[in-house]
Design a protein around this ligand. Structure first.
Ligand code: PBG
Length: 356
């Protein structure tokens, strides 16, 4: 009786059956209580798996630089900045593996960084040239571009800065222009990562008025002010320029209801997909967003999360491939439909090896 009360699954058992249940702390008499049966061999584990990772889950982020060639990124072993001469090949690798989309992030020289961020909406800027090349060579792979001012900003911030304040509405005006030059270059998915208020609606209207009704918006809807972006900021060369922090526009890691409000607003403003960022420390947010809104939900497995696994693996402290796949699978379990990860290609290659 005591067991039946303690265990809700046993409530329907008859008194006779209950009497056959062993005392607490010993193995129950019921075969259905043997949870290990479904774990006993590889084929059963495969059959009953609730979540699965595949090539189709990923967006692969790529760094682009003005100089030809490949430059390694110190804090992101295995990730590189790609010159335009190397970019098409890299995207081709992703396409061959069946990865649906890539995201392009520019590394810009300091001479194009200004406080008015004019380079952001130069139709010949590095991102636009990269998009044109990629779409010309691989028209069937999706191209995602960040819409935010940080790579172009002398202050390293995602918005215009005046007297130490990050200006909202003035920034949104520039973001529209930035989104338009990216769309004109062929970008399929505009991904505002700046966290200014009202930018999703403004970009949607801007795109529609210019005839780009087919272009998607993936909003960084719940983006937290996180320490985990540091390797990225080094990779795009914005870290050294950043004055202060991003806490007046990115979210406070203490908050979860606020993430739901952010997501609700972005959906109302026209976002086609929403992103939660960073990923692993915010799995609870992914789950809440997916359950509440049921919209395409993307997890951003950010640079610091990638770096942590790589660094520990380099020291032999854990098995990098195994842990990376475990982290990525966790996003699927939490409810993510897609994952933006620097580990996308290595994960797919690993999965392919395991399946062969
Ligand atoms: C900038 C941007 C950042 C990332 C994506 N877009 C950094 C930031 O907000 O400072 C972080 C990605 C990562 O860490 O992998 N708008």
């Amino acid at each position: 009786m005591a067991i039946a009360k303690a265990n809700p699954f046993l409530r329907d058992l008859s008194a006779e059956a209950e009497s056959r249940v062993a005392a607490p702390g010993t193995l129950g008499a019921y075969p259905q209580l043997r949870m290990r049966r479904n774990r006993s061999d590889a084929w059963t584990r495969r059959l009953v798996a609730e979540s699965r990772l595949g090539a189709e889950d990923f967006i692969w982020p790529l760094f682009v630089q003005e100089q030809d060639g490949l430059a390694p990124i110190e804090a992101m072993p295995g990730a590189f900045r790609h010159g335009l001469d190397r970019l098409v090949d890299a995207v081709g690798r992703a396409a061959d593996l069946g990865v649906p989309a890539v995201a392009l992030f520019p590394y810009l020289d300091s001479d194009v960084k200004t406080s008015d961020c004019a380079e952001a909406y130069n139709p010949e800027n590095l991102v636009c040239r990269a998009v044109r090349r990629v779409k010309a060579a691989h028209p069937d792979i999706g191209v995602v571009c960040d819409v935010a001012l940080d790579p172009f900003n002398a202050d390293g911030h995602d918005g215009l800065v005046r007297d130490g304040i990050i200006l909202n509405d003035e920034t949104v005006e520039i973001l529209i222009k930035q989104a338009l030059v990216q769309a004109e270059a062929g970008c399929d998915v505009l991904a505002p990562s700046d966290m200014m208020d009202g930018r999703v609606g403004a970009i949607r209207v801007g795109l529609d008025e210019a005839g780009y009704t087919d272009r998607k918006i993936l909003s960084y809807a719940a983006k937290y002010a996180s320490g985990l972006y540091q390797p990225f900021r080094d990779a795009v060369g914005s870290g050294g320029f950043l004055v202060g922090d991003k806490k007046t526009y990115q979210m406070d890691p203490a908050n979860s209801d606020e993430a739901l409000r952010e997501v609700a607003l972005d959906i109302a403003e026209g976002a086609d997909m929403v992103m939660i960022k960073p990923g692993l420390p915010y799995l609870d947010i992914i789950r809440r967003v997916k359950s509440r809104f049921g919209v395409p939900t993307v997890a951003y497995h950010v640079s610091g999360e990638y770096a942590m696994v790589k660094a520990a693996a380099e020291r032999g402290w854990l098995d990098g491939d195994k842990v990376m796949l475990e982290c990525l699978l966790a996003f699927k379990r939490a409810g993510a439909d897609a994952i933006l990860s620097y580990a996308a290609l290595e994960a797919v290659e690993h999965l392919n090896r395991a399946n062969n």
